[in-house]
Design a protein around this ligand. Structure first.
Ligand code: SF4
Length: 406
């Protein structure tokens, strides 16, 4: 059987070991399953960027972090530092650990279950299965706790509350529901089913949507029963979330299903709070990563929307934490013109770029000329790297200036 849409070359998604040769030097992408990054590991990444490449860390549209402009051979030292920090659990699987999860799951009570254990179990199972190292680097897993934030990102396989997701579609309840304990195993079986179907269809597809009847055929391969118990939320009573001590619920960030947690504070069920900050143009300066290392109690969560969540902040520390982060240029005001503005790498990092899109986007934000009603994404060429899902305005660099596409 022929693939419906085969690729005639292996994908070249960069990894932390298998770096990509960009115009400005080596480009290393460090996968962060579920976006989670300990403060200690962030400090290691920050130091590596300073010592080995461009000091700024780059956030990706899949909630990963990139180090750019690595000097020739520096990837060896980078890999050693990442391994020591626990960021490289498998040399063979590092490019396929593409797992996006609801950033506030298990903390703010808005989902149906806490997906953090599911992400950890899937990642461990992925790395333990040698056959899964053959996944394409573009393969994406979304683990949505039922609130509907990461399912729209179109994962190849995923979880949506107690339902399976295939090719971005929540499968009917009639296909069975998923228990939290069984979710990671089901996702692993779905991942293997994708690889089996891919092999049968020529072995060149990168995504489930590229296979002929991919969703139906993977579902058929999974037809052996899976658990039918409804997922149970394992945290405290969700009704408690409105009584967070220290913030009026009306004042805290609202949840935007397509863009994740809105900038600002969200109450946690445990009485602490989570602060979402916009990272202008998805670039952490050294000052910003230093401020996060100092301010975050234990970890940060990198989201697919070029924002970062600082969870588990004690109420008494909320003011000082926000002051520290905003002083470094991170944005906590959801009405800021930086919210929703993103850009690809552009010049000088990308050889294909027709413009320094980040500089142009920054100038437009500072001049107040960026459209405000939709997300705006600036791209240096028609490859449109990093474009957000859903409706947005595109600022496309051409030989004759920018073309506005909406
Ligand atoms: S959209 Fe074009 S210019 Fe921008 S990073 Fe991708 S290839 Fe480079």
């Amino acid at each position: 059987m022929q693939a419906a849409s085969g690729r005639d070359a292996p994908d070249r998604c960069p990894g932390a070991v298998q770096v990509h040769a960009a115009a400005d030097g080596g480009l290393a992408r460090v996968r962060l399953p579920g976006g989670r990054l300990s403060v200690a590991a962030l400090a290691v990444l920050r130091g590596a960027a300073l010592d080995l490449g461009d000091p700024a860390l780059e956030l990706t549209s899949r909630g990963n972090i990139q180090v750019r402009a690595l000097r020739p051979g520096a990837e060896v030292e980078l890999a050693a530092r990442l391994s020591a920090a626990g960021l490289l659990p498998s040399d063979t699987h590092e490019r396929v650990r593409n797992i996006i999860a609801s950033p506030l799951s298990g903390r703010d009570g808005l989902g149906e279950l806490d997906v953090r254990p599911v992400v950890a179990a899937y990642d461990a199972g992925l790395c333990a299965d040698a056959s899964l190292a053959d996944l394409p680097g573009r393969f994406l897993v979304t683990v949505d706790d039922g609130r509907g934030d990461v399912t729209p990102l179109g994962g190849d396989v995923g979880l949506h509350g107690d339902r399976l997701v295939l090719a971005g579609t929540v499968m009917p309840a009639g296909a069975g529901t998923v228990t939290p304990a069984g979710a990671a195993d089901l996702l692993l079986r779905a991942t293997r089913a994708f690889l089996a179907e891919r092999a049968e269809q020529g072995g060149t597809a990168w995504r489930l949507t590229e296979l002929t009847d991919g969703r139906a055929r993977v579902a058929a391969r999974l037809a052996t029963s899976y658990a039918t118990d409804a997922g149970q939320y394992s945290g405290p009573d969700r009704a408690d979330v409105g009584q967070y001590n220290g913030f009026d619920r009306a004042d805290v960030g609202q949840y935007d299903g397509r863009r994740g947690p809105v900038a600002g504070w969200a109450p946690q069920l445990d009485g602490q709070a989570a602060l979402t900050v916009v990272v202008p143009l998805g670039l952490f300066t050294q000052a910003q990563s230093a401020a996060l290392v100092e301010a975050a109690p234990g970890e940060i969560i990198v989201t697919p929307w070029r924002t970062v969540v600082v969870p588990d902040v004690p109420v008494a520390q909320a003011g000082p934490v926000e002051t520290l982060l905003t002083a470094a240029g991170l944005v906590t005001d959801p009405a800021s013109p930086w919210a929703g503005v993103t850009a690809c790498a552009g010049r000088p990092g990308c050889a294909k770029a027709l413009a320094d899109v980040r500089a142009d986007a920054r100038a437009a934000v500072e001049a107040g000329t960026v459209p405000r009603d939709l997300p705006v994404h600036w791209v240096g060429c028609e490859r449109r790297c990093g474009a957000p899902k859903g409706r947005h305005v595109e600022m496309l660099a051409t030989a004759d200036g920018y073309q506005v596409v909406s």
